[in-house]
Design a protein around this ligand. Structure first.
Ligand code: ASP
Length: 585
């Protein structure tokens, strides 16, 4: 037997027992004639003591140990004289009677401790060593717990877990496909699924009225910060449902996860907000409602005072930053520069301070103290607050204010990662017009149904009408991050065909690409809808972390590379020829 206990298990109650442990050498400390070894496994760390009285062979072996050696030890559990209250095994140690090296180790390229000295790139190259560190082990344990709880909850709600293929034909979710050449069908390619969207809908047609899958999805996107080309979704679909049924079902799942994984009880229904309200009040379709600081429109109020910037703007709006009235000139200048960064794109920042010495602003030349007080009243400002105003094109300015709001929330410490504010956002626009390509794109995906009351506009020949159609779609937002999105689907073949027409597909193209699903809708498709959650991100949020990488055992870097495998990589000529990907040789 390699071990009688794990390295996280022994306590005072085991005192006097003979035990055998196996694990990795975390640290060796020599103190006089004694050697202390921290032995680590995934369960914890236990201290081993080699004393003057230990057998000579043990002393010799202990003297030659290096970090990360894999060893097995046997000995008695004794009470430590110098206890370590920081670890659960800190009251005991093992006096080593036998010590065997199971495998020696090269010196690791970085320290394997909670705070490692290794840079990101180096740790990624030696991911299996990084994964030995407790923070990563805890992240993967949390992920495991989440997956188990998702399964057990959805199973209890009669959902069936059904796998769908990875080698498929393109499913459009707005990104590029990863493609796989087919050797047996030269010149043809599979696509890896961006999501199992069409399959889950076909499962509804097939009568499996509650489906889920914890499934890998692949999207060939330019990697923005903290995106992975392959990521995991909790993918779900239900038949014979309306939006309300879906929201209820998955609010149930979310509450179960909060309770079982984090021990948090949400007794009230989650708040809900329309897309239009979210943009108007928060300048974002994924508002962080852990803090208030809402946007207020000031357009009507501020015009006509000869301040050209506001007079010519389509929209003027502001936020009130509580308690920031004491910001110094330098801080305000820095903020003014900050809003001009390309990511925010504002042209300038107007501020108003409600300080002890009265109301002051960067536009005192144009606005009387009374006019400024009116603005302050609209923004619900009180003594000691700072108001920040932006102006310009309505949508862009609202978004810029939304970004500024988040920044101020961060600066004021209002976005605490152990506080959770879930939110449903619904009634998104169905389509987005793209100026460059002069065509509509589906905001969610082409299988999302228009709201029934907008069907007439959906069939209108006038693009302006079509642009106004709302989707029967919803997002699940947690702390300002969209972690779930879904919709009630189109289940009528004619409506689906009209959707493809709006998206600029010819009948033939639609038939070639999506014939299978249009046909399926002609064979008794029930009304259906669903949702998918970003599993990696949900885990990271529950773990109180910003980055999803720690919650994925073997992630890719920002350039989409696996630096441990050094993938992607070239393939040899024979393989290329077999796949008919090259004419040469
Ligand atoms: N397939 C969608 C997505 O990946 C989710 C859904 O509509 O269920 O975003």
């Amino acid at each position: 037997m390699y071990r009688t206990h794990t390295c996280g298990e022994l306590r005072l109650q085991h005192k006097g027992q003979q035990v055998t442990l196996a694990g990795w050498v975390q640290r060796v400390r020599k103190l006089g004639g004694m050697t202390f070894i921290d032995l680590r496994d995934r369960y914890g760390v236990t201290q081993l003591a080699v004393t003057e009285d230990s057998p000579d062979t043990v002393k010799q072996t202990a003297g030659a140990l290096g970090r990360e050696f894999v060893i097995q030890v046997a000995g008695a559990v004794i009470e430590r004289s110098n206890k370590n209250p920081k670890i659960p095994t800190g009251e005991v140690e093992i006096t080593v009677a036998r010590l065997d090296v199971l495998n020696a180790a090269d010196t690791p390229p970085f320290t394997i401790e909670d705070e490692s000295d290794g840079g990101e790139e180096l740790r990624a190259r030696f991911r299996y060593l990084d994964l030995r560190r407790a923070p990563l082990q805890n992240a993967l344990k949390l992920r495991h717990r989440m997956a188990q709880e998702v399964r057990s909850y959805l199973d209890s709600q009669r959902f069936l877990e059904i796998e769908t293929p990875f080698l498929i034909k393109s499913t459009p979710e707005g990104a590029r496909d990863f493609v796989v050449p087919s050797r047996m069908n030269p010149g043809e390619f599979y696509a890896l699924p961006q999501s199992p969207q069409t399959f889950k809908q076909l499962l509804m047609v097939a009568g499996y009225d509650r489906y889920f899958q914890i499934v890998r999805c692949f999207r060939d996107e330019d990697l923005r910060a903290d995106r992975q080309p392959e990521f995991t979704q909790i993918d779900c679909e239900m038949a014979f449902v309306e939006r309300e049924d879906i929201l209820q079902a998955f609010e149930g799942l979310a509450k179960h996860l909060f309770r079982s994984v984090l021990g948090r009880e949400f007794t009230q229904p989650f708040p809900r907000m329309s897309y239009a309200d979210a943009i108007r009040q928060y300048g974002s379709d994924k508002p962080d409602i852990r803090f208030d600081m809402r946007l207020h429109e000031l357009t009507g109020l501020v015009k006509g005072k000869n301040f050209a910037v506001f007079d010519t703007a389509e929209y003027v709006g502001g936020i009130c930053v509580p308690g920031a009235g004491g910001y110094t000139r330098k801080q305000l200048d820095e903020l003014s520069e900050w809003v001009k960064r390309p990511q925010i794109g504002a042209r300038g920042l107007v501020y108003i301070r409600l300080a002890e010495d009265g109301i002051k602003s960067s536009v005192d030349k144009f606005y009387t103290p009374e006019a400024l007080q009116q603005i302050a009243a609209t923004l619900n400002a009180s003594q000691g607050d700072l108001m920040l105003l932006l102006s310009g094109n309505r949508k862009k300015t609202q978004e810029a204010l939304g970004t500024l709001r988040i920044e101020m929330g961060n600066r004021l410490g209002l976005r605490k990662n152990d506080e959770f504010a879930p939110l449903w956002v619904y009634d998104f626009p169905l389509l987005e017009w793209d100026e460059e390509t002069q065509r509509f794109y589906a905001m969610h995906h082409p299988f999302t149904s228009p709201k029934p009351e907008d069907l007439q506009k959906f069939y209108s020949a006038d693009k302006a009408d079509v642009a106004q159609v709302n989707a029967n779609a919803y997002d699940f937002v947690l702390n300002g991050t969209e972690i779930g999105g879904g919709s009630i689907r189109i289940h009528d073949a004619n409506v689906q065909q009209r959707m493809f027409e709006i998206l600029g597909f010819s009948k033939e193209e639609a038939e070639y690409k999506f014939g299978f699903i249009i046909h399926a809708f002609r064979y008794g498709a029930p009304p259906h809808g669903g949702i998918a959650f970003g599993f990696d991100r949900w885990c990271a949020l529950f773990g109180g972390q910003e980055t999803i990488r720690d919650y994925i055992a073997f992630p890719k870097n920002n350039a989409g590379r696996d630096v441990m495998l050094n993938a992607p990589a070239k393939i040899d000529d024979i393989q290329l020829k077999e796949l008919q990907l090259t004419a040469s040789i």
